[in-house]
Design a protein around this ligand. Structure first.
Ligand SMILES: Cc1cc2nc3c(=O)[nH]c(=O)nc-3n(C[C@H](O)[C@H](O)[C@H](O)COP(=O)(O)O)c2cc1C
Length: 184
């Protein structure tokens, strides 16, 4: 388990993409780089990867529900997450979460944490090529970049839908390097 130090706390948002399984490797590589990783996942992400897996790998309770609260404290969960984050990383990020973030929606723990946090945000999108290239998705990304969100990827690669194109989650080590570049 990584030693916690100032500037090393990452809140990792995992969303409902087929690439969600890669968050397991991402957690490990971030820990090896010296970061502590607290995972927040959307309800849809649970269709792709189990909270138990992410909990076991991160060594921390996975935040999943806005209104349930932390079992061991009175803290409002998204505010606690926002305050502990030195970086909010969303990987993989769906087209859906990009649309919500770009429009200030706050009806899930990832979006509300991102809104409440003053920490830098790094987004690693993963989706079908047409979803990525859609003018609405591109407009959402442009808006988020203007606000100051950092992006890494996507890259070209084989996609779950069977095609090859732009929409592949950036390589895990490339994401770690992007985290390092922001935090170090
Ligand atoms: C098998 C499967 C794979 C999917 N993969 C992606 C994906 O890689 N990227 C994406 O944007 N949406 C993907 N979706 C659609 C999202 O799961 C859907 O938009 C969902 O509402 C996203 O929820 P979230 O952003 O709150 O996690 C996929 C759906 C299915 C059924």
């Amino acid at each position: 388990m990584a030693v916690r130090r100032s500037g090393s706390n990452i809140v990792l948002g995992v969303t409902g993409s087929i690439a969600a399984y890669k968050s397991c490797d991402l957690i490990r590589r971030l820990q090896e780089a010296g970061y502590s990783v607290a995972v927040v996942m959307t309800k849809e992400a649970e269709a792709f990867i189990s909270p138990l897996t992410l909990e076991t790998l991160s060594g921390q309770r996975v935040s999943r529900e806005m209104f349930k609260g932390a079992a061991d404290s009175w803290e409002i969960e998204h505010i606690g997450l926002a305050e502990q984050a030195d970086l909010v990383l969303i990987a993989p990020a769906t087209a859906h979460i990009l649309a919500k973030l770009a429009n200030g929606l706050a009806d899930d723990l990832i979006c509300s944490t991102a809104l409440a946090s003053l920490a830098p945000k790094l987004i690693a999108p993963a989706m079908n090529t047409n979803m990525y290239g859609h003018p609405v998705t591109q407009a959402n990304i442009k808006r988020l970049k203007e606000i100051g969100y950092h992006f890494i990827g996507p890259t070209e690669g084989r996609l779950a839908c069977g095609t090859t194109g732009l929409g592949h989650l950036a390589d895990v080590m490339t994401i770690v390097e992007a985290v390092n570049a922001i935090l170090k």
